[in-house]
Design a protein around this ligand. Structure first.
Ligand SMILES: [Zn+2]
Ligand SMILES: [Zn+2]
Length: 341
């Protein structure tokens, strides 16, 4: 039943924003603990905290109460959950509001992020950053960051804790050495995370633009799909299959001949074993596998060595890079760039 009241202050979602980012922004703006804000918009903090159900999909009652409380139209709210990408970039289990892990590269754990986007928007998170297929920012031409530059925690694996006021753009994970029921937060400025930056016409940025086009369309009609258009889901499956083949049959030396050296350097730096630290879970490498490299951009000093460093999924990360490049090479790639295969 819709029993919520209209909030006194309205915050408009930014284009492409994830719903939890927007709700956190409202809580911050109204100086409200996040759990209280959830209650105010009709999301139960007891059912909602610690889960990702309403990040995946809102049920009709939730859509109604959030819309009433915030003044944002239901059709806009429905573009702010992963349901928006259902059947295109993720597959949602019926009646469970959970994502199928069988979907190819459907979603990594948590959310990657573009530090520059966080800085320019005041700490607002794009829904697209949650997708396993999003590895770069095509606005700032950089790979996305995988984790907090200070504590190494993958961001947004769960909803924000309920008993504090969110601080947009800051790491809300417990501080590495914090203890107790309400441990001190890390609080690191995520806009300072170092990421590799490329030219706008670099193959990896071009590959992300192509993938974005696939994600945004129901049917793909370009490149090799001109003659027989295919659903985006089939195209993503093709990309993954091609990447798998490339890895199965190519040696590292073979891949070196087709992957740009700067990108290869980033990958190698990321894939190297790190000095092991206890603490929050670190990231697996999926498409992107980012964080370190020669082109690191760290606006508060060198933090390159503290990012990424996946200890698992190295080959999957290589597959991602190969797949990205194959995508860029095979579909609408500029003619003067190196061609794969
Ligand atoms: Zn960006
Ligand atoms: Zn942190």
């Amino acid at each position: 039943m819709n029993t919520v009241r209209t909030l006194p202050i309205r915050v408009v979602p930014v284009d492409g924003e994830a719903i939890e980012s927007w709700l956190e922004a409202i809580a911050h703006r109204t100086h409200t603990a996040f759990g209280d804000l959830l209650t105010a918009v009709g999301l139960s903090p007891y059912n909602g905290m610690g889960t990702t159900a309403w990040i995946v999909c809102l049920n009709p009652d939730e859509v109604a109460t959030i819309s009433t409380a915030t003044g944002i139209k239901p059709d806009v709210l429905e573009t702010m959950t992963l349901q928006h990408y259902s059947g295109r970039a993720v597959r949602i289990k019926p009646d469970a509001r959970m994502l199928s892990r069988a979907f190819p590269w459907g979603r990594g754990r948590g959310s990657r992020f573009c530090p520059a986007c966080l800085e320019t928007t005041g700490g607002r998170w794009q829904l697209r950053w949650r997708l396993g297929w999003t590895f770069a920012c095509t606005i700032h031409n950089c790979l996305l960051a995988d984790a907090c530059p200070h504590c190494g925690a993958v961001q947004r694996r769960r909803t924000h804790i309920g008993d504090i006021i969110p601080q947009p753009g800051r790491c809300s994970h417990p501080a590495p050495d914090a203890t107790g029921r309400s441990p001190t937060r890390c609080g690191a400025d995520l806009t300072t995370a170092a990421v590799a930056v490329f030219d706008s016409d670099h193959p990896v940025i071009h590959a992300q633009r192509v993938v974005n086009t696939v994600l945004d369309r129901d049917t793909v009609t370009f490149g090799v799909y001109q003659t027989v258009p295919q659903p985006g889901l089939n195209v993503l499956a093709d990309i993954r299959a091609v990447a798998g083949r490339a890895l199965a049959y190519a040696t590292p030396q073979d891949l070196e001949t087709v992957i740009p050296q700067d990108l290869l350097g980033v990958y190698r730096a990321t894939a190297e074993p790190s000095d092991s630290r206890s603490g929050p879970a670190r990231t697996d490498t999926k498409p992107g596998g980012t964080g370190t490299g020669r082109d690191c951009r760290g606006r508060s000093g060198s933090r390159c060595e503290r990012l990424g460093s996946p200890r698992r999924g190295v080959r999957r990360g290589y597959a991602a890079l190969a797949g990205d490049l194959l995508t860029g090479a095979r579909i609408g790639r500029p003619r003067n760039e190196h061609r794969v295969g």
